[in-house]
Design a protein around this ligand. Structure first.
Ligand code: ATP
Length: 233
């Protein structure tokens, strides 16, 4: 394995009861690489991310970070190893203010607040209750929380799906900075133009497994769609 490789996941599998969500997934992400995970709804992307971050336990497969095997048992384990994710569901307590949420759940609330200030989100009031805050702002709060861990691998699971263009641009700026600093990004999105513009490599999932890996700028949207649908390339 090249020393350029940060993440190497091999044969990762997961079933939920009788539902085989992930058959066998191989994903390799290099240092300083922005890597997209693509696939139709239900292809297994979120399950892979959850298995990678310790939210769920994988049934099979190996994961190495910089060549060292890792088995994460919780997201906190992931933070300690340099993996932080923004998941599809916001992880904040609705009846508390943002600030109180951060005090309760963040290792270092002031660092999260600094990252939020850096993201410069107009109209976000940290003293408002989470339940009164629009979803796009909640996604940005989760992003600031992930960044506060200074991850080697930042995982963004469909973050832009809920964002207006101005906030998506802020996410792309974060991705670019992460890459400049030698960190890596695993980016999940159904918006193919975003993937072509902002990602160095992509892995396409279909029916619970990886089926293609290429540079999206070379393959462009046509190849991505063909891989997702299973057409012969
Ligand atoms: P999407 O793009 O819609 O987020 P995905 O590629 O992330 O899809 P997953 O959410 O990983 O796909 O789902 C893979 C399969 O596992 C689907 O068939 C889904 O219905 C199933 N699945 C996911 N979570 C659970 C669960 N908690 N219990 C049972 N089945 C699940």
């Amino acid at each position: 394995m090249s020393s350029e490789t940060l993440l190497a996941a091999r044969g990762v599998a997961k079933s939920y009861g009788s539902v085989l969500a992930l058959r066998s997934a191989d994903v390799t992400v290099g240092h300083g690489e922005t890597h997209a995970l693509l696939g139709a709804n239900g292809a297994g992307k979120s399950t892979f991310v959850k298995a990678l971050t310790g939210v769920i336990t994988r049934d099979a497969g190996t994961v190495t970070l910089d060549g060292a095997p890792v088995t994460l048992r919780s997201p906190a384990d992931g933070y300690a190893r340099g993996i932080a994710a923004v998941f599809q569901d916001p992880a904040l307590i609705p009846d508390l203010t943002v600030r109180d949420n951060l005090r309760l759940t963040a290792t270092d609330a002031s660092t999260v607040e600094q990252h939020l200030a850096g993201l410069d989100i107009r109209g976000l009031d940290l003293d408002e209750r989470v339940r009164d805050i629009p979803l796009p702002f909640l996604r940005m709060i989760d992003l600031a929380r992930a960044l506060a861990h200074r991850p080697r691998l930042l995982i963004l699971d469909e973050i832009t799906a809920a964002l207006p263009a101005d906030l998506s641009e802020k996410v792309f700026a974060v991705m670019a900075r992460q890459r400049q600093e030698g960190g890596s990004v695993l980016f999940i999105s159904h918006r193919l133009e975003e993937v072509v513009e902002h990602c160095d490599m992509c892995t396409v999932f279909r029916d619970g497994g990886d089926v293609a890996r290429f540079a999206p700028k070379e393959g462009r949207e046509q190849r991505i769609v063909a891989s997702m649908l299973g057409d012969r390339l």
